[in-house]
Design a binder for this molecule. Structure first.
Ligand SMILES: Cc1ncc(COP(=O)(O)O)c(C=O)c1O
Length: 391
């Protein structure tokens, strides 16, 4: 049965109070970095147990800042997952680094701890675990490896705002965590990103990097010629977030707990309904599909609902069938090592990361966003059930 529905795989919610917050900034004196930015940074930092936060123009710029602050330069290697958005690896290349992938663990779909150990070399500068889809990667275990290898951890938490593993988002383990506020994520600021850290030195480097390496801080100046005086003490970029975006972020962030709870409720319904179907591998969960309150010890943020199909399904046909029925499922992700750029520049090839490739061959992300209509959810599940009858 075809109809006019078009259910995206993810989308933002904008309420009247969000619009008011933005309009108020438009009427104020500060359009770019102003008072809202600081409030947004402090709000997000304290929610995640971080001392410092530096907002960026987007999550990719935040990653660039994080690799820079970690001191990545030509010849350094960074270890990350092949199943991620290209930005996790690309941003290291911006600094001259070489992305080295470590295969995923099919129980979590995140980087495998054993595989990280195999990829360590004296050139490893950073390990960048990605909490894929919102599943909280085990940072405590990775921290042990990073300490022994004397390298940094940059937690790519672009999908995992508010996630917790065993009681913590993990700022005591990761040197930095990055977030993204792209509209398909939990909090939409249009474009936007942030780096969280507990390290004052990293915070200082991130703040400079965001703004051309320019400072007015008296303790950092070589000279001081007057109140107008500034110095550029390192090379930076214009990676600022505007106050317009920050105001939207503050307003959206007030609903974060509810947002996570709704996503977990949707995941619970998907899980219960799809569990009975043959050949469907459900996303990993951490045992708390329903978030009773934000103090739950383990929280999957469910940015995505990553279903995996056994090989007797033709994933291409399933994707086409869902799209024909207005269900705009997506595939997350094409393994980064198989992208032409990575094959050509780093010599990666098919077969290098068997788990990642297996995961990719069966993955299909079903629609997941916090304000999904119950009727749409029922329709998606019914459509999948009807489809499986033809197999
Ligand atoms: C895992 C991951 N890291 C980083 C990013 C980059 O974030 P942005 O799109 O805000 O630049 C994304 C974006 O989708 C992502 O999925």
């Amino acid at each position: 049965m075809k109809n006019d529905r078009r259910i995206p795989y993810g989308k933002q919610t904008i309420l009247p109070e969000d619009i008011d917050a933005v309009v108020n900034v438009l009427k104020s004196d500060f359009l770019t970095q102003g008072p809202k930015l600081k409030i947004f940074e402090e709000t997000v930092a304290s929610y995640h147990g971080a001392k410092y936060a530096v907002a960026f123009a987007n999550g990719t710029a935040a990653l660039h800042g994080a690799y820079y602050a970690a001191g990545v330069v030509t010849g350094d290697e960074i270890i990350t997952s092949p199943i991620t958005f290209v930005a996790s690896a690309n941003a290291a290349i911006y600094c001259g680094g070489k992305p080295v992938f470590a295969d995923i663990d099919l129980n979590t779909n995140c980087i495998s701890i054993e595989e990280i150990e195999k990829k360590l070399t004296p050139s490893t500068k950073v390990i960048t675990p990605v909490s894929l889809a919102g599943y909280p990667v085990d940072l405590k275990k990775i921290k042990k490896i990073a300490d022994e290898a004397e390298c940094y951890i940059i937690h790519d938490a672009a999908h995992a705002i508010g996630s917790k593993n065993n009681g913590t988002f993990g700022m005591e383990y990761a040197d930095m965590a990055i977030l993204s506020f792209h509209p398909v994520k939990h909090i939409a600021t249009g474009e936007g990103g942030m780096v969280l850290t507990n390290n004052e030195e990293l915070y200082r480097k991130l703040s400079l990097f965001r703004t051309h390496g320019i400072t007015k801080s008296p303790e950092l100046l070589e000279d001081n010629q007057g109140p107008w005086y500034y110095e550029m003490i390192s090379l930076g970029f214009n990676y600022r977030m505007t106050d317009i975006q920050a105001a939207l972020g503050i307003s959206q962030f007030k609903r974060i707990d509810n947002n996570l709870r709704q996503r977990n409720q949707i995941a619970k319904i998907y899980n219960e309904e799809l569990l009975t179907l043959d050949g469907m591998i459900l996303p990993p969960n951490v045992g708390f599909e329903i978030l009773e309150d934000a103090s739950a010890r383990s929280i999957h943020s469910y940015h995505l609902y990553t279903l995996r199909l056994e090989s007797f399904y033709d994933r291409y046909k399933v994707y086409a069938y869902l799209h024909e029925h207005g269900i705009m499922a997506q595939i997350h992700y094409i393994p980064v090592h198989l992208q032409p750029y990575y094959r050509q520049h780093f010599g990666y090839q098919k077969g290098d990361y068997p788990n990642a490739e297996k995961y990719y061959n069966g993955e299909i992300s079903l629609p997941m966003y916090h304000n999904m209509e119950f009727g749409d959810l029922e329709y998606i599940i019914d459509t999948i059930k009807r489809m499986t009858k033809n197999y």
